[in-house]
Design a binder for this molecule. Structure first.
Ligand code: ATP
Ligand code: MG
Length: 213
């Protein structure tokens, strides 16, 4: 049996075509089913649904053999115990610094003042601002980052941006791009040895499907 960990939403949706290329159809729709373990058209493959941030942990400890996780999530997790053979080029966005339109981020940086930054991505944010020599006080949040500058909790946020419409709706401006984000295939290192053939096959099929776009 091969167990694949996915999160509901865009990662699940955008992984489906890759699975299809491997002849794997998921038996149920996670949006309507309450099941957390989904059978597939291949008796030796099943999908488990976990929170996006839990995918690396499941795969690291062997709760799943494979998983699909965003670069953002993998950087925060650290990637220990994970083999990362493939950038799947799905769930693309970027990680950026955003601030209220009336906050002069460039001036604050130039003056060397401390900037209060709220984010769920404290590891990536800490590295980014350290590289740039920007002094920050980081405030860890678990969601709704856009609210922080609007309430005075923070001057700026580090968050994922795709179209920018969420920022715009909250009167925030993207002031710096940190990195491009997409989702990757992650594999448990022990599973790769024990189930080498079927896992290798999946990696090859996914890889070809991505190249065809
Ligand atoms: P949860 O909803 O369980 O709190 P989450 O918000 O991290 O978790 P999603 O919003 O489904 O879950 O995001 C999952 C992954 O998809 C992220 O880790 C990121 O890699 C990617 N992602 C997030 N937001 C966007 C976006 N706006 N556009 C494209 N990809 C995104
Ligand atoms: Mg979300």
């Amino acid at each position: 049996m091969i167990t694949l960990a996915l999160s509901k939403g865009r990662i699940f949706d955008e992984t489906l075509p890759l699975l299809k290329a491997a002849g794997i159809e998921v038996a149920e729709d996670p949006e309507t089913s309450r099941k957390l373990i989904l059978a597939t058209s291949r008796p030796d493959v099943r999908v488990v649904l976990v929170r996006a941030t839990d995918v690396p942990t499941y795969v690291q400890y062997g709760g799943a053999d494979l998983g699909v996780a965003g670069r953002d999530v993998l950087l925060e997790h650290g990637g220990q115990g994970l083999y990362q053979p493939l950038d799947l080029r799905i769930a693309k966005c970027r990680m950026s610094v955003a601030a209220r339109a009336d906050f002069d981020y460039a001036a604050a940086v130039k003056q060397g003042s401390r900037v209060r930054v709220a984010t769920k991505y404290t590891t990536v944010a800490r590295d980014h601002f350290a590289d740039k020599g920007v002094h920050v006080d980081l405030i860890k949040l678990y969601g709704s980052m856009e609210l922080a500058p609007l309430t005075g909790l923070a001057d700026a946020i580090v968050d994922l941006v795709s179209t920018g419409s969420t920022l715009k709706a909250n009167h925030l401006v993207e002031v710096e791009q940190i990195m491009e984000i997409s989702s990757r295939l992650v594999v448990n290192q022990a599973a790769l040895k024990i189930k080498r053939e079927p896992i290798r096959q999946l990696i090859d099929i996914f890889s070809n499907a991505i190249e065809k776009g």
